[in-house]
Design a protein around this ligand. Sequence first.
Ligand SMILES: [Fe+2]
Ligand SMILES: [Fe+2]
Length: 277
Amino acid sequence: MTYAPRIVRRDLHFDMQSDIPRYWLNGDAHQTRYFDALSLMFPDGERFFIDSVRAFRPEIVDDPVLDAAVGGFIGQEAMHSREHLAYNERLERQGVGAFALMDIVREVQDRRARTLPPIGQLAVTICLEHFTAMLADHVLRHHATLQKADPRMAAIWRWHALEETEHKAVAFDVYQRVGGTPFVRWRRRCRAMFWITWLFTYRTWQFMWRLSKADGTRKDWLGWLRLLTFLFVAPAPITRISGQWLKWFLPGFHPWQHDNRGLVEITRREYDKLADA
Ligand SMILES: [Fe+2]
Ligand SMILES: [Fe+2]
């Protein structure tokens, strides 16, 4: 491990009951729903991450630093799962069929848990953790992304981005310990990344499509164009993470080779204060 930040569970509650605008990001339906689609995947996705890492915990207890990091990882993901469930309940109240979309995620995760061996499940987790880490880095680094968001929604996304960054290497370090020879580990995680990239992209757009039907914005072509501009031109999260995505395929890749400790330290102060309060 190149860097071992203190990974603490911050038991924060974000207010999802109040008068948050339906289209809380830039007043734009499509941009808002892109983030909402991601949120719909989190509660069950993060439970899957926890289970896949926890399955190997007995094998890493001889490394107290990593074991403590795993404890922090589990605590943080459990809090994300809880808060994004509250987030998604708000979407359900909007009448967009949020729970039906969450059911799709749950079925996929259950099937993965039944059909993939534990190491395959861990490989899926490290790929998805790389995605969350890349997007989190973008959110923390490029403030324009959430600048015009409702501040309450910006707060939950920045909190999640902070903690995804803090624990971005935990599942990966467990995988390095238990995944076999360097070649076997590399081959498995590269294959998994191709598969997961396709599935993650497909699922996000599938959810966007369903949400846009519920919103009545499916034929708002300018809205779709604005979303593509947002994703690929400015602030361009997808374009900007492509380099980090490619680096995954290097045999010696490690998440902390992309050193964003500075971002963690700055953002942490804000949320530590909240957690203490
Ligand atoms: Fe998370
Ligand atoms: Fe995570």
